[in-house]
Design a protein around this ligand. Structure first.
Ligand code: PGA
Length: 268
């Protein structure tokens, strides 16, 4: 596991976008797993900037999104379909047929879930999966539970997630109580994973999940600790408690290419 710490959320967006751009430049038809939420927004902005500057080409890139609310139509401003198109896809040269999103308005979610995993498999798996993390340790909508699902599935949302995400809806009653999400197996089968976390509200979960070297279904993100190629990027606010627990100080970094990075280290 590689841990990268930068000062600010803006710098994190820059580093995360650079990471993704480099993967695409190495493999132009990259299969990219994508996330929604507040955290990746600035990373998408940066990738759009790179695209506009001619530094990256999305024409062959294929994408699979992590999740979608059950019951929201594509046209709903709170659907992840809308989020992805509005914030990213409409601003780059990705081909519509290469975009894969889960349909929150499906008539048969079981079939949809099966087809999604099959399609990922037929595309030879996800090369790079971008992830955020919930304050309760969820990834995608894999919520803390006594059991965690392996494949794409429909799930109920926990109180914590409902409260956290209700800010985007007129009121909590109008918020879907279920979502369809890639399972932890779907995520873990990705060849590389990049998890990004910013802001003080993520400090507690980041310290908990990184310091506790065990797997627990009550912290779904802990499964990621088993992954062979995991990179975690945090801004200083999200990393603060973790650094404190590890009694780590910040490195001086004179590498101009990565001048935003104030600490970078590998750990098991
Ligand atoms: P956030 O959500 O980026 O809005 O904090 C992350 C998540 O719930 O995965």
């Amino acid at each position: 596991m590689e841990v990268i710490i930068v000062n600010t959320a803006l710098e994190l967006a820059s580093e995360a976008a650079k990471f993704i751009k480099n993967e695409i430049n190495t493999k132009p038809n990259l299969v990219l797993g994508l996330a929604t939420g507040d955290t990746p927004l600035m990373t998408y902005d940066k990738l759009v900037e790179f695209y506009q500057a001619g530094l990256v080409d999305f024409s062959k890139v294929r994408t699979f999104n992590l999740d979608e609310y059950v019951g929201l139509h594509k046209s709903d401003l709170n659907s992840y379909y809308y989020y992805m198109h509005h914030n990213f896809f409409d601003k780059i040269n990705i081909q519509e047929e290469n975009i894969h999103l889960l349909d929150g308005f499906s008539e048969d979610f079981n079939q949809l879930a099966k087809n999604y995993d099959k399609l990922i498999y037929e595309n030879k798996g996800i090369d790079l999966q971008l992830l955020g993390i919930g304050i309760n340790g969820h990834i995608g909508f894999n919520e803390p539970d006594v059991k965690l699902e392996i494949n794409t599935h429909v799930t109920g949302l926990t109180e914590e997630t409902l409260n956290q995400n209700s800010k985007f809806f007129p009121n909590i009653e109008q918020m879907p109580k279920q979502a369809i999400t890639m399972g932890l197996g779907t995520i873990m089968r990705a060849k590389k994973i990049l998890l990004i976390a910013t802001g003080a509200r993520k400090a507690e979960i980041m310290a908990r999940f990184l310091e506790d070297s065990s797997i627990s279904t009550s912290t779904p993100a802990s499964t990621l600790l088993l992954h062979q190629n995991l990179t975690i990027m945090m801004d200083l606010e999200a990393a603060r408690l973790y650094l404190k627990e590890k009694k780590m100080t910040i490195n001086e970094n004179n590498n101009q290419e990565y001048k935003n990075i104030i600490r970078r280290f590998s750990t098991i």
